[in-house]
Design a protein around this ligand. Sequence first.
Ligand code: F0G
Length: 362
Amino acid sequence: MHTERTTSKLGVIERYRDYLPVAESTPIVSLGEGNTPLISCPRLSKRVGRTVSVKNEGANPTGSFKDRGMTVAVSKAIEHGTKALICASTGNTSASAAAYAARAGISCVVILPAGKIATGKLLQAFVYGAKIVAIDGNFDDALRLVRELGQDGNFAIVNSINPDRIAGQKTAAFEIIDALGDAPNFHLLPVGNAGNITAYWAGYREYHASGRSTKLPAMIGFQAAGAAPIFYNRIVAKPETVASAIRIGNPASWKQASAAITESRGAIDVVSDEEILKAQTWLAQHEGIFVEPASAASIAGLFKCCDSKEAAYSLQKISEQSRIVCTVTGHGLKDPDVITGQMQELKSVPATVNDVRRAIGL
Ligand code: F0G
């Protein structure tokens, strides 16, 4: 049943099969993920005086980049006869795991930090039918529990400690090179558990090695200032940030992320919650791209690299030919609470042209 094409839009396994750990016999569990738009952003480019494109991963089936890795991890799990998935999550991994488990017809357990999951993501895990367990602890505690629970063989772990997740996520770098004809000079992205920066770097290196690109980008990652273990080079016991998706104090792929940053001659930096929320609104109002707060960390980071003397990596002096790509990782509707708080109550007006004119301010 799974080997037939499941959607009219090809997923990442069908498009990049030669680069992925799948065989002809691997049953493909797909929702048509990947092939997300690389949007050229004229106002953003003008604002920073550089050529910037945004890779909008919110356009994936469950609204985040996790789907790229999940299609591979769940397909492999089904190949191995798995009956249940398990993951820890700050929200997006659980939404994606729950959806792909439903698609595959198996069960899914998600372990979440209580009270710290954005409304839309929790709702997704629920509607896709996952068994949701909220713990008194943070993401790092949840991942520790998942590692233990995964040991007895009852579950396939679908966090990014599963190499199939990283393999799937590297396809985003392939798509960028396929779209631009070469790698960009700089790639900016948010960092939480550090799987995605690891995956992008693997993808860029692999395409480069196979002659699909002539260069490798500098990888520049951004953590939230209150949850920045890699930047400060120490575990953060109580990470705090409005960007709940990256509220992580001890990233699983810390070493691999550090290697990506060093090898690519990139950097890791921090952005404040205030900068994140400002960048989120800026991107929505100037480019029409609504992303969740964690995703806006890459845009806040871009502003910092172009504007601030404090930046870990300055983009102030790069040549005009340089190409910058920022990944925005998840859709804004997943995490609406901060924006909802900023909205004024809508007062209705009588349904006449004159009243509506007055309300518009004409
Ligand atoms: N942006 C979003 C929207 C995320 O959900 C995450 C991670 C990241 C960025 C960071 O990516 O962990 O690969 O460095 N979310 C995970 C989750 C932790 O459980 O959904 P990373």
